[in-house]
Design a protein around this ligand. Structure first.
Ligand SMILES: Nc1ncnc2c1ncn2[C@@H]1O[C@H](COP(=O)(O)OP(=O)(O)OP(=O)(O)O)[C@@H](O)[C@H]1O
Length: 433
């Protein structure tokens, strides 16, 4: 077979499955990592958002699994439920001709159903650490025994999984797996941190090939895709909603599929309701929504039934929705790496995309930190109307926002929020997995 993927050592059935998905030319990270993982090496893979990291770790694992497709083979851990669902779907689609069994183990879904699925001896488990740890702590050998024979552990979005937020649960998950000498460990992320690199310094294991570490560095050392346009817009705090509405409905963007990132669930809820009142087809995704609503929202957005998704950082990592053309950082995160992941929801797999940062006076230092991190200056966003148009938008938006706040008050949203408010939204959203 002359396919480039076959030349990297992937099985014929998998090359065909990739071909059916129009994936024929390996990306740089795939070219680099697939042969090394097939050789039995642990691997750290760093490459920009949307550059095909999932296949870089998934394809060699599936190839090795298909040589003896019986029993538990690999565990993939990810920080968010929706990303776990996406990866489980990808594995299921790629392995369908081989009757692959993939168990999805995430928070917010039925523990009993998951236990039943685990008892059916899946070949792969795709999980968020909190829920997998729960099963490990509370289930018997028939449910979790297979994990002791896993040949692979993948930490997708490894940098965030290696933070304290996940520490305890991650340790529980790893404790049941074979020791690192007897399994392959694969760490992938768009933002390789020092914590991720510590694996490189681990002492070599006798009889095991040395770890392979690969970071795709482009010529210009810019940490975001070259097809991503990054701009900022100075916006006074009190009129952010009006600017958002104006941009989403102006001639350039009124048909664009957009994700709006905010730092807090309350902001997500206010914006969703306000934009809905203003007839924007909008959905939201944050940690205080029941899982069924989270899943439905994402389905609506993927299917373009909603054109705009208002999200907290539960949506900043890994989600692959090719149609997204615009990402707006309505709030700026204090961590510059978060910008890289948020903006990376657009401009994926060589497509073009745009990111706009709303900058209130207090955000200026955060923008400077982002520019330093991505090694690129942002341009000022120009496509915004004059004061008269904004003032007109402001009137409409103020009325819609007032009604939204009133309905939230009636539904007691504030009370529910206060109960959760002790931790930051990012922390909460991940921990709730
Ligand atoms: N070799 C390829 N050729 C064409 N498309 C590809 C190839 N490899 C992957 N893709 C597609 O590119 C998109 C992005 O891939 P993927 O989600 O794995 O990115 P990623 O690097 O994990 O991004 P992130 O850092 O945001 O998680 C997916 O839609 C995937 O199907």
């Amino acid at each position: 077979m002359s396919s480039e993927f076959a030349n990297l050592g992937l099985s014929k059935w998998l090359v065909e499955a990739l071909q059916a998905m129009k994936i024929t030319q390996p990306t740089a990270i795939q070219k680099a990592c697939i042969p090394q993982i097939l050789q039995g090496k642990d691997c750290i893979g760093g490459a920009k958002t949307g550059s095909g990291k999932t296949i870089a770790f998934g394809a060699p694992m599936l190839t090795k699994w298909s040589e003896d497709p019986s029993g538990m083979f690999g565990v993939v851990l990810t920080p968010t439920r929706e990303l776990a669902m996406q990866i489980a779907e990808q594995f299921t689609a790629l392995g369908s001709s081989m009757n692959i069994r993939v168990a999805l183990v995430v928070g917010g879904e039925s523990i009993v159903d998951q236990a039943i699925n685990l008892q059916r001896k899946p070949h792969f488990i795709v999980a968020t650490p909190g829920r997998l740890a729960h099963h490990i702590m509370n289930s018997g050998e028939d449910t979790i025994g297979g994990l002791k024979r896993a040949k692979f552990l993948v930490l997708d979005e490894a940098d965030i999984l290696l933070t304290d937020t996940f520490g305890e649960h991650l340790a529980t998950c790893i404790s049941i797996l074979p020791p690192k000498e007897k399994r392959q460990t694969l760490l992938f992320t768009a933002t390789v941190t020092d914590q991720v690199k510590t694996l490189q310094n681990a002492p070599a294991v006798e009889g095991k090939p040395p770890l392979f570490s690969y970071e795709v560095e482009s010529m210009d050392k810019v940490a975001i895709p070259s097809t991503l346009k990054t701009t900022y817009l100075l916006v006074p705090e009190q009129v952010k909603e009006a600017y958002l509405y104006q941009i989403l409905t102006n001639a350039t963007y009124n048909e664009s599929s957009a994700i709006i990132f905010v730092n807090r669930t309350i902001t997500a809820e206010v914006l969703r309701r306000t934009l809905k009142q203003l007839d924007v087809r909008v959905a939201s995704l944050h940690s205080q929504m029941p899982q069924q609503e989270r899943t439905n929202s994402l389905h609506r957005f993927r299917a373009n039934a909603a054109r705009v998704l208002i999200a907290t950082d539960v949506a900043s990592r890994g989600l692959d929705i090719p149609a997204v053309q615009l990402v707006i950082n309505y709030d700026i995160s204090s961590n510059p790496d978060t910008f890289i992941h948020r903006a990376g929801r657009t401009a994926r797999a060589g497509r073009s995309g745009e990111s706009i940062c709303f900058v209130a006076p207090r955000d200026v230092s955060r923008i400077q930190a982002i520019e330093e991190r991505i090694n690129k200056k942002m341009e000022e966003f120009k496509d915004v109307h004059d004061t008269a148009v904004i003032r007109k938008a402001l009137n409409k938006v103020t009325v819609a926002k007032r009604e939204s706040l009133m309905s939230m008050e009636k539904e007691n949203f504030g009370e529910r929020r206060r109960r959760h408010e002790k931790k930051s939204d990012l922390h909460k959203s991940y921990r709730s997995n």
